[in-house]
Write a protein of this length. Structure first.
Length: 160
């Protein structure tokens, strides 16, 4: 999990989650680059995936940015208040290689949203198209299948 900032003076950013096995990308536009918005985004994902959330997101790994400082709120389930929804790990400072797949995804995002551009100027629809493009990009590691195809195969393996 990482964030992509645009213009330095802008408050908006993108939350980018990379599913480790399938390299599926989830990109969420955050109106404010803050810990509260990250927690809201994770809550929304939990609501979307319901019982499958803790199977898909067994762990989350992020850097030490202030936007990931609400660790307890990220870990605790919004749906089942007495349970944890995931485990959270922090990378070592200045060790972006510990989230290599996520950094590759950020580079792909930068093809469409260059540094210095204000994230708030990009519509949710545009960001969704970038996400779809990344997830349907053939990958050598998957014998030129896509992350989306691989993710859907893995989702079918999760018992209901």
């Amino acid at each position: 999990m990482d964030t992509v900032k645009g213009k330095k003076s802008s408050s908006s950013s993108l939350l980018v989650l990379t599913e480790r096995k399938t390299r599926k990308e989830i990109i969420i536009k955050l109106p404010k680059h803050s810990a509260e918005e990250v927690v809201k985004a994770i809550d929304t994902l939990e609501e979307k995936y319901q019982d499958k959330f803790n199977v898909i997101f067994k762990t989350l790994t992020c850097d030490n940015g202030s936007e990931f400082s609400y660790s307890e709120e990220i870990i605790k389930s919004k749906i089942n208040q007495d349970k944890n929804r995931t485990k959270l790990y922090y990378c070592h400072p200045y060790s972006s290689w510990e989230r290599g797949s996520n950094e590759v995804a950020n580079k792909l995002i930068r093809r469409y949203i260059p540094k210095g551009e204000d994230i708030k100027n990009f519509t949710d629809e545009f960001i969704r198209k970038v996400e779809i493009w990344i997830n349907n990009y053939p990958r050598k590691i998957f014998n030129y299948s896509t992350s989306e195809e691989f993710f859907m195969q893995e989702m079918l393996k999760i018992p209901l």
